[in-house]
Design a protein. Sequence first.
Length: 381
Amino acid sequence: MQSHSAAKLQPKGPFPTIATIASELASRKTTKMNGLTRRKFFPAALALGLGAALGSPDHVFGAGGPVKVRLGTIAPRGSSYAKHLLAMGEQWRQAPGGGVLLTIYPDGTMGTEADMVRRMRLGQLQAGMLTAMGLADIEPAVTGLQNLPMMFRSLEEVDYIGEKLQPMLEKRLEEKGFVVLFWGDTGWVRFFSKQPVIRPDDLKKTQLFVWAGSAVEVDTYRSIGFNPVPLETVDILPNLQTGLINAVPLPPSIALAGQVDGAAPHMLDLDWAPLVGAAVITKKTWDAIPPEGREALRKAATETGRLIKADGRRESVESVEAMRKRGLRVHSVTPEVEAEWRREAEAAYPRIRGVIVPGDIFDEVVKQLKAYRAARAGDKK
């Protein structure tokens, strides 16, 4: 039975972690394996209609009571991400106008991020904390914040581009039915591998994990000489152990949480790309919240995003040291090797522009970074 307390993590069990997806006529049940959630698929029981599985619209919006919001995320239960969402939910409960009751479904219990986007469109979920991969299922322009390897040379540049693009991205997302609550990131993605990966040619010899769901991205990796293997995040550890993959690009904090370093004990200390995300809520749900409460909700969400980003970046640094103590070998990058990686990344840009990242967004990022660097160079004179 679902608890009615605000901001509660939904317990696992046959209901409602059985995720009925109308478009797929399939359900998903989750179990824990080696610290990660592994999904097992089985045929959907036709008796489980959408109303029975996740409640009717009246259950979500209430009749004269607080608005009820279900939020899905792949963030692990007990992580700082989930804890900050819980704290936000408590603030939401006390918002003017009757408040909002927030129930959080962590660990990917509501499926992949693509599943969560579909669920929000169907009304089964009202909100989600998604990476740029999931957000791109709503608005492809979000890829300009993340899917540009070696484009950003510092987290300050990541912040600058975010400030420039996010207002436009928020407008586009709202036009498609979603309101952004906050943005965040977890710092840099690094390469973890079974054998040392130092130069680009070393990575080309591996079976490289890439996120499932983007055939275009898989084709782009292949076109520049890599061997991508598309999988879901929850399948990383089992397939590192079986040998289907032997290299994974992940932020260190996510690698630590998933115990990836045990199966891939080498990390290349190269700032490949940031992992960016945002929390969104459906516009239908946002509009159902009394106007006098929205300002308080927005304020709490903005602060939550600030804390999540700060903690995410800090934890990525701390995670490297934690994994190093239990055997992770960190391989530094010389200026010569870094230049080699940059040449490799820049050679891929023509295949990324207009294919993975929309052309106008790619050009805007390049333009803004050029202006930012020129201004910084001028300040140093």
